[in-house]
Write a protein that binds this ligand. Structure first.
Ligand code: HEM
Length: 344
């Protein structure tokens, strides 16, 4: 976060008085292979657990991908999104409205426990989260989205719902607001478009796109709006697939027969998001907003036309996201458990 743009944090949590290591990364820069010689095989342990979790439920992959964004955009990649509410800090990031639907915390805690068994007190939850998100992306894309993860992050001591609410973009934002939000983290319009492509997988609550249910046809294909209205009428704020491809075939055949042919691969991370967007078949207002400006719309076309380019650029943008540092001067630690700061 740039100095001067730091939001007023109403509720922060600083534990104990004993000095913890300072700076975003241990030993200076993040490094690929950071745990070689410190905790051999750590990436293999993470991978094993992620493979298992996705074999049980592929949707866990989308949850892990979303977590890297929601962690790194608030106080850098420091595992602050993983902290539970406590007496000292009743409103951590997790409780922010903008963090609705975050999940896969149990998978990360399970990985952390396995890693602690092998090398206690060495590997941060922040690093585990990035490894797991990278692995999820690789599996969901059949290996097409991949990158080496530089590691050596520390786990943060601060987690504030107000700060998350201020930093994570809301789906009702306009294109300019989205661009400004990403620019604050030094991300370009192109990177906004690239990273939004993560919405080719996963789900969203109907409350996250309520206004889309009555949006005019130039913003959402009427047949898709009907489909969403039908889905959203079936329960109290149910979740709906982000990608029409992942919807159940019967519903798609009923409302959008022309799209039934696209219902093929479930939870596949790919450039279908851009094809859907050009067809006005996306859930969030923030997705549709990308068509409202020349530069962003140009990139939507670019990635709709070239899936291989998107795979590559998405991996690069995730890597950049994973390097967002903690605020200067922040204290960090290696948590014993990902959901609580260590007692001192
Ligand atoms: C550009 C601004 C963004 C906005 C406004 C936004 C908004 C949202 C919203 C509202 C949801 C649904 C939450 C719910 O109702 O449960 C969602 C889901 C999701 N988002 Fe984003 N998002 C953005 C960018 C990103 C980025 C950069 C990533 C990852 C790189 C990402 C990955 C995901 C994934 C994978 C899901 C599905 C999660 C699941 O199924 O568990 N989003 N997003």
């Amino acid at each position: 976060m740039r100095p001067g743009l730091m939001v007023a944090v109403a509720c922060c949590f600083l534990v104990g008085v004993v000095a913890a290591p300072s700076a975003a990364a241990r030993d200076g820069e993040l490094k690929v292979g950071y745990y070689d010689g410190k905790c051999r095989g750590v990436e293999g342990i993470v991978r094993l657990h992620v493979v298992r979790a996705l074999a049980q439920d592929r949707r866990t992959g989308a949850a892990l991908l979303r977590l890297i964004f929601h962690d790194c955009f608030v106080r850098g990649c420091d595992g602050s999104v993983l902290l539970d509410a406590s007496d000292e800090n009743p409103r951590p990031e997790k409780s922010a409205p903008v963090n609705i639907g975050l999940s896969a915390f149990d998978v990360l805690e399970e990985i952390k426990a396995a890693v602690e068994k092998r090398c206690p007190g060495v590997v941060s939850c922040a690093d585990i989260l990035v490894y797991a998100a990278r692995d999820a992306g690789r599996i969901l894309s059949d290996g097409r989205v991949d990158f080496d993860v530089p590691a050596g992050r520390l786990d943060g001591l601060v987690s504030s719902a107000d700060e998350a609410q201020a930093e994570i973009p809301d789906p009702t934002l306009t294109l300019q607001q989205l661009i400004d939000n990403f620019a604050r983290k030094n991300f370009t319009v192109e990177e906004l478009v690239i990273l939004s492509g993560a919405h080719s997988v996963g789900d969203g609550h109907c409350s996250s796109f309520a206004a889309r249910l009555a949006a005019p046809p130039d913003q959402i294909a009427p047949a898709y709006r009907d489909l969403l209205n039908y889905k959203c009428s079936r329960g109290a704020d149910p979740e709906v697939a982000n990608n029409v491809r992942d919807e159940d075939l019967a519903t798609v055949a009923r409302f959008m027969p022309a799209f039934a042919g696209r219902v093929r691969a479930v939870s596949r991370l790919d450039n279908t998001y851009y094809l859907n967007n050009l067809d006005k078949v996306v859930n969030f207002n923030s997705d549709w907003q990308l068509l409202t400006g020349d530069e962003a719309r140009g990139h939507v076309h670019e990635y709709a036309d070239n899936g291989t380019l998107w795979d590559h650029d998405f991996a690069d943008s995730l890597l950049k996201l994973s390097k967002l540092p903690m605020p200067a001067g922040s204290k960090g630690e290696i948590r014993n458990e990902c959901s609580v700061v260590n007692r001192r």
